[in-house]
Ligand binder design. Structure first.
Ligand SMILES: *[C@@H]1O[C@H](CO)[C@@H](O)[C@H](O)[C@H]1NC(C)=O
Ligand SMILES: *[C@@H]1O[C@H](CO)[C@@H](O)[C@H](O)[C@H]1NC(C)=O
Ligand SMILES: *[C@@H]1O[C@H](CO)[C@@H](O)[C@H](O)[C@H]1NC(C)=O
Ligand SMILES: *[C@@H]1O[C@H](CO)[C@@H](O)[C@H](O)[C@H]1NC(C)=O
Length: 591
């Protein structure tokens, strides 16, 4: 019986090979342990690149990856902001499971010198691949924390999360790194310090006047103290910009600071050099290299030869420069003979920022036909990002997959390819993409995806298997500012809770397969399945909630604040400054 079964399956296997049903290239990729090169852009919109429909932005290198590989058109990030999206990417889990959320409104880490970060008991795919004998490197942006208790414990450092080589920014590029008008922290802090200065200066003046006119009987001590504090606050408001630049805009190699503050005109060549030397050093493989671009986050640091070259201002120049960097990296792979043995992946951490705008000039990404952008939990523009897989000879060239997939899927995918196993002691929300990419499966394993805004679940998507419909249910949406503007202008990002959001009862329903722009909410009158869909998705949401357990919040007040004793500092605090090589003066491109 058994024997018979074997010969039949052997015969069927032979037949399907003869008939060309099983492409020989896809024989058994799950055991082939390819090199893995992950490319992630920062804040890039899905509508910014050629292969996703942009006709005026020149991104030939990324487009080439899609032409020769597989393009995902419904690739969804687990959050619409950097820190939580990247935490989910590296762990294959919703950020709420690792505590990369907060109940007090913080949604990303704010300082290098804060104690929050990716918890040490989370397992990244890098950790598993390292155990499986891969050389593992991270080059570029981290933004998942650094220290817990002292300036050098590096508890959240990439080298403690499975990478054996790190070069880049432990934090993130920010407008504040270049004193931009589009400021993340500086302008707000300056205003606060200035306000306190004015309060204390008025107190001091009143006391002086009172004392001189003998109307207020005080000693000189309170007068001197309030005057002193007023002077300190005034000085603080002048120095806070420089403090941020020194505290956050720095480069490290492994555990050593190499540049503080960064000199931007050199950053792009330095990153490319580092990538090339990693690839050369590890060409006998297998390796995992995660290139986490500083592009295309503000302040859009761009080299001279790309300035003014695109049709889309400084933002476009920066996107085209990043595409050129992708080309340089592909060339290095080619020169080292690694192209056919390397799986390449390209994505963005979340959608483009609509709020990054000054006057009529847009400094944020374009999310194509999708509504909303960076920072909005549920609207498609904040979470639908490019997703391209490239592996010549193994993955089919030019395949386009419209099934819902998640950035969290990269975790089980690369673990499988490396011959590893995903952790069994926790929930992993991603599903391996191998069967889908190879064409062995037509349907993605995701029936439901949940869309969070910080710790709040704002929306959910249901991929109805039998009909092929993709339903999207919104429970909460941000209130735009000004009303109807489609974004929260003047507020940085839209809020997740409180005054600035609308709770929908009954929820908003869209069918993304008919209305990808989420333009026409369905009603019980226009959609006969309305109540059934809302009920089915509601049940899935409560089931999902049952799988969550409370964990310490990494963005709590005490974890989010700047703690001077956690500040990485090269030199003598507070005079932190050093550079790996001596020459050159910083020059800001752009504004
Ligand atoms: C491919 O390799 C995996 C892991 O060793 C194995 O479980 C699977 O059966 C193999 N598939 C085929 C088609 O040989
Ligand atoms: C291409 O990208 C630019 C920059 O983000 C954007 O302004 C433009 O509208 C996009 N064009 C198309 C056709 O999507
Ligand atoms: C640090 O970087 C070098 C390469 O520059 C690498 O060989 C080394 O293993 C890295 N890791 C540690 C922990 O030193
Ligand atoms: C990590 O530790 C925290 C408490 O310290 C715990 O709540 C959480 O479940 C742990 N996570 C994992 C994946 O074990």
């Amino acid at each position: 019986m058994l024997h018979l079964h074997h010969s039949w399956s052997w015969l069927a296997g032979m037949l399907s090979v003869l008939l060309g049903l099983v492409p020989s290239a896809s024989s058994n990729i799950s055991t082939s342990r390819p090199n893995i090169l992950l490319l992630m852009a920062d804040d890039l919109g899905i509508g910014d690149i050629g292969c996703y429909g942009n006709t005026t932005m020149r991104t030939p290198n990324i487009d080439r990856l899609a032409e020769d590989g597989v393009k995902l058109t419904q690739h969804i990030s687990a959050a619409s902001l950097c820190t939580p999206s990247r935490a989910a990417f590296l762990t294959g889990r919703y950020p709420v499971r690792s505590g990369m959320v907060s109940s007090i409104g913080y949604r990303v880490l704010q300082w290098t010198g804060a104690s929050g970060g990716l918890p040490t008991n989370e397992t990244t795919f890098a950790k598993i691949l390292k155990e499986k004998g891969y050389a593992t490197g991270l080059i570029g942006k981290w933004h998942l924390g650094l220290n817990c208790e002292s300036a050098s414990d590096h508890c959240h450092h990439p080298l403690h999360h499975g990478f054996d080589h790190f070069y880049g920014m432990p934090f993130s590029l920010m407008g504040d790194c270049a004193h931009w008008e589009l400021s993340e922290k500086r302008v707000n802090l300056e205003q606060k310090l200035n306000f306190l200065f004015q309060v204390l200066a008025s107190v001091a003046l009143t006391l002086v006047a009172g004392k001189l006119t003998h109307l207020i009987p005080v000693s000189w001590t309170p007068v001197i103290w309030s005057a002193l504090w007023a002077v300190l606050l005034l000085a603080g408001s002048y120095f806070v910009g420089a403090l941020i630049v020194h505290a956050d805009c720095l480069l490290m190699r492994n555990h050593t600071i190499t540049e503080q503050p960064m000199r931007f005109q050199k950053t792009t060549p330095l990153i490319l050099q580092e990538v090339a030397s990693f690839l050369k050093r590890n060409k006998h493989g297998p390796f995992l290299l995660f290139v986490s671009f500083l592009h295309v986050h503000i302040p859009l640091i761009t080299m001279k030869n790309f300035l003014g070259k695109s049709l889309h201002g400084l933002y476009g120049d920066n996107v085209e420069e990043m595409d050129w960097m992708v080309g340089q990296i592909l060339d290095t792979l080619d020169m080292e003979g690694l192209t056919n043995s390397t799986l390449i992946y390209f994505t963005s951490d979340h959608g483009g920022s609509l709020e990054n705008q000054l006057g009529h000039t847009q400094y944020g990404g374009w999310n194509g036909i999708y509504k909303g952008g960076k920072g909005m939990g549920g609207w498609e523009g904040g979470i639908r990002v490019p997703g391209i897989f490239h592996w010549p000879g193994v993955l089919p060239a030019g395949r386009v997959i419209g099934e819902p997939t998640s950035l969290m899927d990269v975790f089980p995918t690369v673990v499988q390819l490396a011959g590893g196993e995903v952790p069994q002691d926790r929930v992993i929300d991603g599903h391996s993409l191998v069967p889908l990419l190879q064409g062995a499966e037509a349907r993605s394993a995701h029936e439901f995806l949940f869309h969070y805004c910080g710790q709040h679940l704002h929306a959910a998507r249901w991929h109805q298997r039998d009909s092929g419909s993709v339903w999207k249910v919104h429970y909460t949406t941000p209130q735009f500012h000004p009303e109807g503007a489609g974004a929260c202008y003047g507020r940085g990002v839209c809020p997740c809770s409180g005054e600035g959001v609308t709770h929908h009862r009954p929820p908003l329903l869209f069918d993304l397969s008919r209305d990808p722009s989420e333009a026409r909410p369905l009603t019980p009158d226009s959609e006969p399945l309305y109540h059934a869909v809302i009920a089915r998705v509601g049940a899935a949401v409560s089931e999902h909630r049952h799988t969550l357990s409370p964990v310490p919040q990494q963005f709590s007040t005490s974890n989010i604040l700047w703690k001077p004793w956690l500040q990485p500092c090269c030199g003598h605090f507070p005079f932190c400054s050093c550079h790996e090589d001596g020459d050159g003066t910083p020059r800001m491109p752009g504004l």
